[in-house]
Design a binder for this molecule. Structure first.
Ligand SMILES: Nc1ncnc2c1ncn2[C@@H]1O[C@H](COP(=O)(O)OP(=O)(O)O)[C@@H](O)[C@H]1O
Ligand SMILES: [Mg+2]
Length: 293
């Protein structure tokens, strides 16, 4: 008999814990051991049959958590997200190795998982509310339920309620990003893949959007995989993070540990020896890093 089955037998013999009796550390341990909603296992992605972009990427998103996928431009973040949401074929890309399991099933049409693409992608000629309603179509559902979901989205994004009849193409970048996330919510997903929600937005708006994402996670239990170049913001809201470089995960850990990691500080947060580097120094360091790699 193996050690592990021995242990599980002992676990099985234990009486169940009394409700409310678990200590805080116990509960924290329980949440970090939450079953994954998503596991990506050693995937390789090739574009146009020859361009190898992901070279064995593995990551896990536990149920109900926010996980960050960090990395510079071109690292492979969007490719990873598209592999998960099955959007690669539209770009002549293909998963050639590894597996992706969402909510316990290795499936090819991943119901319950929805991607908000980089660059926000609203239907520019439709109103904000019409955009949100398109999100409900994939799910079907009766009018009253859709109405309720719409009100739920508006409760998280009061700005969208104010702008409900504005043409999406003419609302601000931040409102378009909110609209894209709101539309994803309308499909009642278990998980949302968010591709660079901070891109091109003023810091205050980025903060506003991340707060809402944090709220959605806490109150609605939606899991998030958050691809970001904005390392600081992503680590503020995610529980765990992976750093992607050149199609490989080079580092992963708890958000707090990553934020304190010297390499992450130097290369992704622009801080060294406790001071922030200037943009020029940052560029110099990026060059040096490429050279060292
Ligand atoms: N459709 C495509 N065809 C060929 N190469 C692509 C395609 N999309 C992305 N790439 C390449 O894959 C690499 C990773 O891109 P991407 O996943 O968009 O990175 P990120 O989102 O981290 O910026 C880059 O070198 C990019 O040029
Ligand atoms: Mg990208």
């Amino acid at each position: 008999m193996s050690v592990s089955s021995d242990r599980s037998l002992q676990e099985a013999a234990k009486p169940p814990p009394a409700p409310g009796a678990s200590s805080l550390p116990d509960r924290l341990a329980a949440t970090s051991a939450a079953p994954p909603i998503l596991s990506v296992n050693n995937i390789e992605v090739v574009y146009d049959h020859v361009i190898l972009v992901l070279k064995g990427v593995s990551l896990t998103v536990p149920k109900g958590q926010i996980v960050a996928l960090l990395g510079a431009n071109g690292a492979g973040k969007s490719t990873t997200l598209k592999a998960i949401s099955n959007l690669l074929s539209a770009e002549r890309g293909e998963v050639t190795k590894g597996s992706i399991v969402f909510d316990g099933e290795e499936v090819h049409a991943r119901r319950g998982c929805i991607q908000v693409m980089e660059g926000r992608h609203c239907f520019a000629h439709l109103s904000v509310e019409e955009n949100l309603l398109t999100g409900a179509f994939t799910r079907g559902g009766a009018g009253a339920a859709v109405r309720r979901d719409l009100e739920l989205v508006y409760s998280y994004f009061p700005r969208l309620k104010e702008r409900r009849s504005a043409t999406a193409g003419y609302v601000s970048g931040g409102e378009q990003q909110m609209c894209a996330i709101g539309r994803a919510l309308m499909s009642r997903p278990k998980m949302i893949l968010l591709d660079e929600p901070s891109m091109g937005l003023a810091p205050q708006l980025v903060e506003e959007i991340f707060k809402i994402v944090g709220d959605l996670n806490a109150k609605e239990g939606v899991s998030f995989l958050l691809a970001e170049q904005n390392t600081r913001m992503a680590l503020k809201y995610a529980r765990y993070g992976y750093v992607l470089e050149n199609g490989r995960v080079v580092l992963d850990g708890d958000a707090k540990a990553l934020g304190e990691n010297e390499d992450v500080k130097e290369f992704y947060l622009g801080i060294a020896e406790g001071r922030r580097k200037s943009f020029r120094e940052g560029k110099h360091y990026r060059r040096r890093k490429r050279w060292l790699a």
